[in-house]
Every structure is written in C-alpha cells, then in structure tokens.
Design a protein around this ligand. Structure first.
Ligand code: ADP
Length: 263
C-alpha cells in the first residue's frame, strides 16, 4: 500500500509539473507570438502604420527575453529530470563548500559577505558532487535575491544524529525523500546549513517554496523551480532538507545527507 501511495503521489507531482510547464510555455509563446505579429505587420511592405526603429527594436528585445526565459525553463527542467546520470562518489562536504565559494563569489553582489563555519571532523557522504554544487548555487542565488541591501551568507557544516522528524519540514519534502522515518531517526547525518540575513519569508510563503513554479519574484526573474530542483536532488542523494525563516531576519536551509563511516 505504501508503494501505491508513493506512486500516486509521484504521479500527482508529475501531473502538477506538466501542467505548470504547459502553462508557463503558453505564456511565453503568447509573448513571442504577440511581438512577432507586431513586427510582421509593422515591417510589411503594404503597412500604412509607421514605426520608429527604436520601437521595432523594443519588440525584438521582448521576443529575445521571452525566448531566453524559455531556455532557462527547459534548462531547469532538464536538471529536474536528470536522474540516470547520477555520479555517486565519497565526498568531503567541507571541500565541496570551499570550492563552491569560489564559484559563488562572482554570483553574489560585492556587498554580500560569504562566511564559512566548517566542522573539522566532518564525516564523508556518498553523493553526486555536481548535483550538490547545483544545490549550493540555487540556494545562494535565492539568498542573494533576499539580500538586496547586502548581508551575510553563512555556510556551516556539522555532524549530527537526527533524532526526530524536523518540525519545519514541508509535506512535499517528506513526499519526495527516500528514507523511511526509521532511517531518519536512527542514522547519522552530515548537516550543511546555508543561511542568509535577508528578508525572510512569511509562514504562507514558507509552506509553498518547494512547489514547482511557486515564486514571489517578478515575471522574468523567478521560475519557481530552483527549490524544486534542490529538493529533488537532495532526495536523490538520500537526504532531506528543512528550512527556518523569520521575516526581516533571514532564512536558513538545512541539508541533511546520510553520513558514511568516519575516516
Ligand atoms: P524562484 O527563486 O525562481 O522564485 P525558488 O523555487 O528557488 O524559485 O524559490 C521559490 C520562492 O521561495 C521564492 O520566490 C521566494 O519567495 C522564496 N525563497 C527562496 N529562498 C529564499 C530565501 N533565501 N529568502 C527568502 N525567500 C526565499
């Protein structure tokens, strides 16, 4: 029965995703069709309407923006669906954080500080390095967007024993993770926390952040897929993710990855 429930939930998630994609693509196609139609009419030899080159240029730009957004969307969907090519290897998360900071630095504005607080005796995890880099990138981009006036991004690692189901987790989180409740309770984890000192979010927003296409960002800025991708990747690596947030104070994501034997 549990298997059937899981399958049904998966199908529901896939259906939701497909509906979201269709909706999103339709919106973008409408934009492209609209401006292409305008260009066609204004540039037609028989057209009596005259348009300034600046206006025509504007239409072309709007088409390019919509197309680029569609490309971002398909790019993220590819990540979303990329399950088979997972490359598992023993990883030291401290090293991953240190190397990722170099990649993240140019992504963040100069007025955002990056602080690392790495546990010296961190256990190893078996995971896909590229996937985890993607997770850090997505979380860092969100942190940046939440700190328009600057702030601090803190990356922290710690060995933990996870004793109970975290209170702050979302239903979606538990729907997609692989481990049973028993595994969660008994097993050692490496905790990787990504915290910002940004705007934070309300309880209503917090409950929806892992939904595909849920975004509070302006059109053209957010796809609402960043955290869905994060959640999917963490589940594929047999971990789970929780979040704590306070409006005006900041947000922290806690990523729990199953710890291998201590070396
Ligand atoms: P997107 O970034 O494209 O909106 P995400 O799935 O990455 O999509 O995030 C969904 C929403 O979660 C964001 O629009 C934002 O409202 C909220 N969110 C995510 N990360 C943070 C954060 N660090 N601080 C505040 N809000 C956040």
């Amino acid at each position: 029965l549990e298997e059937q429930v899981r399958h049904a939930q998966k199908m529901e998630a896939v259906g939701q995703l497909a509906a979201g994609i269709a909706h999103e693509f339709n919106n973008l196609l409408t934009v492209v069709a609209g401006y292409a139609g305008l260009l066609e009419r204004r540039l037609s030899p028989t057209s009596i309407e005259r348009s300034s080159p600046a206006l025509l240029h504007r239409y072309a730009l709007d088409i390019l923006t919509a197309v680029s957004r569609a490309a971002t969307l398909t790019g993220q969907l590819l990540t979303f669906g990329r399950k088979q090519q997972q490359q598992l290897a023993p990883l030291n998360i401290n090293e991953l954080v240190t190397s990722s900071v170099r990649i993240l630095r140019p992504l963040l504005e100069p007025h955002i500080a990056i602080v690392t607080d790495l546990s010296p005796d961190l256990g190893i995890v078996v995971a896909d390095q590229q996937q985890l880099e993607q997770v850090l990138t997505n979380l860092a981009v969100n942190a940046r967007d939440a700190m328009p006036h600057g702030g601090t991004l803190t990356l922290r690692t710690l060995n933990v024993w996870h004793e109970s189901r975290p209170e702050s987790s979302t239903p979606a989180l538990f729907r997609s993770r692989q481990a049973s409740d028993e595994t969660i309770r008994m097993n050692p984890y490496v905790l990787l926390e990504v915290a910002d000192t940004g705007l934070g979010m309300t309880e209503e927003v917090r409950q929806r952040i892992f939904e595909p296409f849920f975004t509070t960002k302006p059109v053209g800025k957010g796809t609402g897929l960043g955290l869905s991708v994060v959640e999917g990747i963490i589940a594929q690596n047999k971990g789970f993710i929780t979040v704590t947030s306070e409006v005006g104070k900041g947000t922290a994501f806690q990523i729990f990855l199953p710890r291998g034997e201590l070396l």
